[in-house]
Ligand binder design. Structure first.
Ligand SMILES: Nc1ncnc2c1ncn2[C@@H]1O[C@H](COP(=O)(O)OP(=O)(O)OP(=O)(O)O)[C@@H](O)[C@H]1O
Ligand SMILES: [Mg+2]
Length: 258
């Protein structure tokens, strides 16, 4: 039997029907163990973003529940869930005109008194942490003063990773974090995310469109099609033809594995 603590994130029969009738997710059931790097694959519109957004309450499922450490995400538990889950966005989620420091510490605002945040007087430990995390992602402290808009795509996504680590999350959800980067920078960025997460025991749930990167970096690959699971397992269990079928419109979704 799998121990509950191994099921860091449990998706239990998740369904999502939007107000316009779109059934984005249908009976999605799988578990992610603590510290795993789990990659979501699937064609455009298969439900990856909707599923990721269910982990921090940006979307609430119409059926089923998401549990973190066995605790269901509900309206009551959401504030504490959001402190434990960081998000990395496809388009970096940085404010261009603000400095890298402001962007990074802005991600930790919930932990800083409002008067300090409004006056830009961030507490020293936060500044120190921002410097340390920039070093972790391979950027010089000098970058802290630069406007985020002046960084390259790869540098911006490094800042996005550092920002996500500011509040010591247990879980990072990353929605196509390397979608706008070239192949080498994509690989470097994912490598960095994986290493930073591994060093801290952080569980990562990440959607990707690049199958080769999923095979290289994932501990677990969950493939979705039309809102249902068509694969859940380690990359080693996947052949090229199986991967091709994830994107084959003639394949019927199978029952998800509990
Ligand atoms: N707010 C919404 N209202 C109505 N339908 C929505 C909404 N958000 C998403 N959908 C629909 O839900 C389905 C799943 O969308 P989702 O964005 O989760 O897919 P995805 O796998 O992330 O796609 P992509 O790879 O293009 O990012 C799609 O049919 C989409 O049009
Ligand atoms: Mg998406």
């Amino acid at each position: 039997m799998t121990l509950v603590r191994d099921k860091h994130i449990a998706f239990d029969g998740i369904g999502k029907r939007f107000a316009d009738g779109t059934q984005a997710l249908d009976g999605v059931t799988f578990n992610v163990r603590r510290g795993a790097f789990c990659v979501l694959l699937g064609p455009s519109g298969s439900g990856k973003s909707t599923l990721l957004r269910a982990v921090n309450g940006l979307t609430s499922p119409s059926q089923g529940e998401v549990r973190i450490d066995g605790q269901p995400i509900t309206a009551q538990s959401l504030p504490s869930v959001r402190r434990r889950v960081s998000m990395i966005h496809q388009h970096f989620g940085l404010v261009d005109r603000a400095s890298v420091a402001e962007n990074m510490i802005g991600g930790a605002l919930a932990a800083i008194p409002t008067w300090r945040a409004l006056s830009g007087l961030y507490p020293l430990p936060f500044k120190r942490k921002a410097c340390d995390l920039l070093a972790t992602v391979g950027l010089e402290p000098d970058h802290l003063r630069r406007p985020a808009g002046a960084l390259s795509g790869g540098q911006r996504q490094r800042v996005g990773i550092a920002r996500a680590l500011m509040l010591d999350p247990e879980i990072i959800i990353a929605d196509e974090p390397v979608a706008s980067l070239d192949p080498k920078v994509s690989r470097d960025t994912l490598n960095l995310l994986r290493q930073a997460a591994q060093a801290r025991g952080v569980t990562v749930l990440c959607s990707l469109h690049q199958v080769d990167l999923a095979l290289e970096f994932a501990d677990q690959i969950v493939a979705l099609r039309q809102g249902r699971i068509v694969h859940d397992g380690p990359p080693a269990a996947l052949s090229g033809s199986a991967v091709a079928r994830f994107y084959d419109a003639s394949l019927q979704p199978m029952e998800s594995r509990a």
